[in-house]
Design a protein around this ligand. Structure first.
Ligand SMILES: [Zn+2]
Length: 371
């Protein structure tokens, strides 16, 4: 099918205002870029509210110049490749990692693109004042029909991963990147604070895929916790927040030792005290990685960190190579994404989709725009 000259795109013309469906030209890929026909794009839960409050909450994280096409987690089919692209072909199914960076600095050259000063989320926001330079190069998020993407951003999808499942790779990869920073290896124990949420459930599925033998998880909703435990009753244990100390419970579950590492994936509004409690569930020499939304300042006992040799690490996102590792885990049947419940919205319903009014089953719900 020839690529059309124009396409539909949901564009935001003013921060916090509804997006409008506009007709725009289909872009041409640059020499080392590809053009992807978008089949599904994952959504940040409650994105509308987040954007409406952007300047209040996140003024340090620049949004693209408006009007802009948002959409963080696209998956689709390559329909055109630039004249210097040799390892990607039209027809390939891909997830487009929205991580953009300069490609030339020391961090980029060592494969650590999230540590580049230009690190920017295509279709969402940037991490520094230079983000607009990246948006000028890549102005297309996933809430449209076609997008350009650099070849370094592509994760090739196996046939057994659907586009809707791939549209969850951003959240899955965030948890995966955190587990890599924790040096996770098979046979270990882990604690996931917020196991029934979008990030937490991803960490649990990855923990099962990567051979974690004891997966402990906390959460608020007992029904959802039971559902998570049912994924692997012999390996997953759950603990409702409010039912006593998480640290004491975790030690009991691990013969007094503590877990090898902890992933903090708590939702917005969670107090620092919850995280401080879970931090103490980590064994001597273990690691705690934060990918969650605790916003309070944490009064950390650094002497305890020293005495117990605990690593406290902040992490966000993941490399495209790590995305490919997840795709391979799924190809082999180790990473089981069949538990996700997809809620599909056409592009025209983008404003309903981002309003956050949908009923939710925690991390089991997967919201996707299907252009
Ligand atoms: Zn760089």
């Amino acid at each position: 099918m020839p690529v059309p000259a124009t396409m539909r795109a949901a564009r935001m013309h003013a921060v916090g205002r509804p997006m409008s469906i506009d007709t725009v030209a289909v872009p041409k890929p640059g020499s080392t870029d590809v053009l992807v026909e978008i089949k599904a794009c994952g959504m940040v839960p409650n994105l509308g509210n987040v954007l409406a409050n952007w300047t209040k909450w996140f003024s340090h994280l620049p949004l693209p110049k408006l009007p802009a096409i948002f959409g963080l987690d696209p998956a689709g089919i390559v329909v055109e490749v630039g004249d210097q692209v040799i390892d990607v072909k039209a027809g390939e199914r891909v997830y487009v990692n929205p991580l953009r960076s300069c490609g030339a600095c020391q961090m980029c050259r060592s494969g650590e693109r999230t540590r580049c000063r230009y690190f920017t989320f295509n279709g969402y926001f940037g991490f520094g004042p230079d983000a607009q330079k990246i948006y000028d190069l890549y102005p297309y998020g996933g809430f449209c029909e076609f997008m350009t993407a650099p070849q370094y951003a592509l994760v090739k999808l196996p046939d057994n991963v659907t586009f809707e499942q791939a549209a969850r790779f951003g959240y899955l990869g965030t948890s995966y990147g955190a587990m890599k920073k924790a040096n996770a290896v098979a046979g270990q124990s882990m604690l996931i604070d917020g196991i029934s949420g979008t990030l937490g459930l991803g960490a649990a599925l990855l923990g099962l895929a990567m051979g974690m033998t004891r997966i402990l998880g906390t959460g608020r909703d007992r029904k959802l916790l039971d559902r998570v435990k049912a994924l692997a009753p012999g390996r997953i244990e759950v603990h409702a927040l409010g039912d006593g100390s998480t640290a004491q419970w975790a030690k009991q579950c691990t013969d007094g030792e503590g877990v090898d590492f902890m992933i903090s994936a708590l939702g917005p509004g969670s107090p620092a005290s919850t995280m401080l409690d879970s931090l103490k569930s980590v064994r001597r020499g273990g690691r705690a990685v934060n990918v969650g939304a605790v916003a309070e300042v944490l009064p950390v006992d650094v002497h305890w960190l020293m005495d117990e040799q605990i690593g406290l690490i902040g992490s966000n996102w993941f490399t495209s190579a790590q995305g490919q590792e997840m795709a391979e885990l799924a190809r082999a049947g180790l990473l089981d994404l069949s538990v996700l419940e997809h809620h599909r919205f056409p592009l025209e319903a983008v404003n309903d989709a981002i309003s956050g009014l949908q009923t939710r089953n925690g991390g089991f719900s997967n919201y996707v725009i299907v252009p």
